[in-house]
Write a protein that binds this ligand. Structure first.
Ligand code: GLN
Ligand code: ZN
Length: 775
């Protein structure tokens, strides 16, 4: 029995990589020092894993930006637009890498970055490879070999990790018509073979090829490409031990294909999909020689492993195929876990009671080793102490009164069908709301946040430090809010917002006020490049001890005769952007959050707020990787939103907001959320979303974003009119709102004011030109 790890976090336990990269980009750190930081992190990670007792330690899991981008560099898939830059500037690899990831705007160059998108269903983002029909590949940068040599030289038993060739192609995009990227496999594979050969010659023995696309719905043709590719690898490199790794889902309908690939070890994510072990053990596979890597320690969450449960899975496999063919591993790369629980020393933030239930990357490697010791009967005394400790900690979690709140459970059980719907259908509500609100045609509004200036952020930092009292802080926020209200009135916006100046982050702000959440000081996880997130931990039943937004919303409403829209984050988004408890289904946790938000909604209504927005930007990213599981997720996710929104009178107008991705394929489910108004990102795609409306009649009101808030560029009134006219062509004018794509917190006031003025003028012009026909 062996242990191995699929990948380790590369940001450094003190976010050293983030700090060094950002300093380097700002021109404040010499390149040598950046490279040195990378090397130090690698050596430290290897040492930590070796100390933990991991047998096979991953290398080439490090990256200065992203492992998919590294692969593009490895195979020389460098888009044309960087070629002049390379020739004229002779950029070193590291600068070329950053130019591809971040764009290059200096010395007269203005080259756009490559696209970035989510890595499967994680919050990590990768740089999307770009392919052309006559795409050529050649070995450009052999980082894999370099890092393997570096590890070997430092005497680590290293296993190079590479993104597999088929997934690499599948994760990319064709940049022109007339071909499919998988057709490029014949040209790509020789480069991979060359890299593998060099590794083989350098005595790598083992290579892990990640093929996470085996967790997706694959066509027969795509599966065939897998088979052909791996046969060729086997044929050319018969002695290299290939570990095939997929994760985040079951192999599902690809299982037969995966099992038939001529690899020496196949990795299973038994956290996401424990049942597939039975399927595999009951096939002919049992007779084969292939080894099984059992991913029993969750690489995606922060909970301590349940040793008894893992050991049950391991012994099932051992019973069928014996210890020799079993490897123990985390479910996926630990890239998605925070680095080290030992860094959490602030007992106020994270109490010892809760801390004992957690394990971050470093602790997870210990768990992998302990499980091997327990399963193989090695080092029995020490292992048994670990087992007892594990049982004790998990037992204290399962029975803790901190986690279990009978009142919350009762409330969830008591939800009835009428709680997730409004009193009347939208057509009835629309009339009542119009009577109550008296809004013009094409009402204008914004998405919630106004610029979070350095000044505003400095107040919050000062409050945390104690150099500003709560009172002083509140005074300043109040003044900022009052100014925002006054400016919106002057500009003639119809539905105002308070500006969200008091909020650090749209999930953290609510998490901090809800029971059942806890926050870490250093629990950072890489999101993309140098960008890290620190998700809250939902450890217990969620409830709302007191109103969360009432004060600022009511204050803002008291300043104006226009309507101020209350602003909340929805249950699915709060769930999606947190570490979620694993002792109950996500749907249940989501329902609990929904009830807490529902209480806030009804409190806002009672306080006289007539319009309330519940943001759900993350609803789409919660979609399962396999289509056959979509409906189940959408059912509970949509229901959670409806529960949050369902407690108000017909007259109260509920808005929702979404952004970040395409919605065309789930537009029907979005309609089922039954928000009175949805504001949705649209402008960057030139209203591509509207295509969905040709076959589907969206029933409620909708505000397709008319300007892109991601750039400081101020759009003209005419541009916005043109976009609205596109919308009017497919959606009745009476259903349309006029608003930006998303919140404005990352913008400056200067461009924000100009853009919103133009937006109001656009709405006025439309009222004149289109209005007559409608009324
Ligand atoms: N109300 C939030 C804001 O305006 C919405 C943010 C989002 O969609 N991500 O900032
Ligand atoms: Zn948004």
């Amino acid at each position: 029995m062996q242990t191995h790890n699929l990948g380790y976090p590369r940001i450094g336990s003190r976010r050293e990589l983030k700090k060094a990269s950002e300093q380097y980009w700002a021109g404040k750190l010499p390149v040598q020092q950046l490279l040195q930081t990378g090397k130090a992190i690698r050596l430290q990670n290897w040492q930590l894993q070796k100390n933990a007792g991991i047998d096979l330690i991953p290398c080439n899991d490090f990256s200065f930006y992203d492992q998919v981008l590294d692969t593009s560099l490895m195979v020389g898939a460098i888009p044309e637009r960087y070629h002049t830059l390379m020739e004229e500037k002779q950029l070193p690899d590291i600068d070329l890498l950053f130019a591809m990831a971040r764009g290059y705007q200096q010395d007269g160059f203005d080259i756009t970055a490559m696209e970035m998108t989510k890595w499967f269903d994680t919050n990590y983002h990768y740089i999307v490879p770009e392919f052309t029909a006559n795409q050529k590949f050649s070995l450009y940068c052999n980082k894999t070999l370099n890092e393997f040599r570096e590890a070997k030289q430092a005497a680590f038993n290293a296993k190079p990790v590479l993104l597999g060739p088929v997934s690499y192609l599948l994760l990319g995009k064709e940049k022109e018509e007339g071909f499919h990227r998988l057709e490029l496999i014949g040209r790509l594979l020789p480069v991979y073979l060359e890299v593998l050969k060099q590794l083989d010659e350098s005595n790598a023995h083992y290579v892990q090829l990640d093929e996470p696309c085996l967790s997706l719905n694959l066509s027969e043709k795509e599966q065939e490409v897998f088979i052909k590719t791996y046969r060729e690898i086997k044929q050319k490199l018969p002695n290299l031990h290939i570990i095939l790794a997929s994760y985040f889902e079951c192999y599902g309908q690809n299982l037969q294909t995966a099992l038939s690939l001529p690899v020496q070890t196949i990795h299973l994510d038994l956290v996401r999909c424990p049942l597939q072990l039975n399927d595999i053990l009951s096939t002919d596979f049992v007779k084969a020689k292939t080894r099984l890597s059992l991913g029993v320690v969750d690489g995606r969450n922060i909970w301590k492993n349940d040793f008894q449960q893992s050991l049950a899975l391991i012994s099932k496999a051992v019973g069928k195929i014996g210890t020799e063919r079993i490897w123990i591993a985390p479910s996926c790369s630990l890239l998605h876990s925070p680095c080290d629980l030992d860094m959490e020393t602030d007992e106020q933030t994270l109490t010892p009671q809760i801390k004992q239930w957690l394990a971050f990357a470093r602790q997870k490697t210990d768990e992998v080793v302990a499980l091997k010791q327990l399963a193989s009967g090695e080092d029995t005394v020490a292992a048994n102490i670990k087992l007892q400790e594990n049982i004790r900690a998990n037992a204290s979690r399962s029975t803790s009164s901190l986690i279990h709140n009978p009142e919350v459970k009762q409330r969830v059980n008591a939800i009835t069908a009428k709680d997730d719907r409004r009193e009347n259908v939208f057509a009835v509500r629309k009339i009542k709301q119009q009577e109550a609100l008296q809004l013009p045609l094409f009402p204008t509004t914004t998405i919630g946040s106004f610029p979070q200036t350095t000044e505003v952020r400095s107040w919050r930092a000062a409050l945390k430090k104690g150099t500003l009292t709560q009172e002083q802080y509140n005074e300043r926020i109040a003044k900022e809010t009052a100014e925002a209200i006054r400016w919106q009135e002057e500009t003639g916006i119809d539905v105002l917002v308070h500006g969200e100046f008091e909020r650090n982050d749209m999930v953290e702000y609510f998490g901090e006020q809800l029971d059942g959440f806890v926050f870490t000081k250093n629990g950072w996880v890489q999101s993309y490049g140098s960008r890290c997130v620190k998700p809250p931990i939902i450890y217990g039943d969620v409830s709302r001890p007191a109103p969360m937004t009432l004060k600022w919303t009511a204050y803002a409403q008291s300043l104006t005769d226009r309507w101020v829209k209350g602003m909340l984050t929805g249950p699915v988004t709060i769930l999606q952007w947190s570490f979620v408890r694993n002792d109950q289904p996500r749907s249940k946790t989501c329902t609990q959050i929904a009830l807490a938000i529902r209480d806030e909604v009804t409190d806002l209504e009672k306080a006289g707020i007539k319009i309330i927005q519940i943001d759900e930007p993350a609803i789409r990213e919660g979609l399962p990787l396999r289509k056959e599981n979509w409906q189940q997720y959408l059912q509970w996710a949509v229901r959670a939103f409806r529960i949050a929104a369902g407690g108000v009178k017909d007259e109260t107008q509920i808005h929702t907001h979404m952004c970040y991705s395409e919605f065309n394929d789930i537009i029907q489910n979005i309609a089922e959320m039954d928000a009175d108004v949805i504001t949705i990102e649209c402008s960057r795609s030139q209203m591509e979303l509207l295509n969905a409306f040709s076959d589907f009649k969206y029933p409620n009101d909708i505000g397709p974003g008319v300007y892109d808030i991601h750039s400081p560029r101020v759009p003209s009134k005419d541009e916005m009119i043109a976009l609205m006219e596109k919308a009017i062509a497919v959606i009745p004018a009476e259903q349309l709102w006029v608003n930006p794509d998303c919140g404005l917190k990352t913008r400056h006031w200067e461009e924000t004011k100009k853009a919103l003025k133009a937006m109001v003028e656009a709405a006025n012009a439309l009222r004149l030109s289109v209005g007559e026909n409608v009324l």
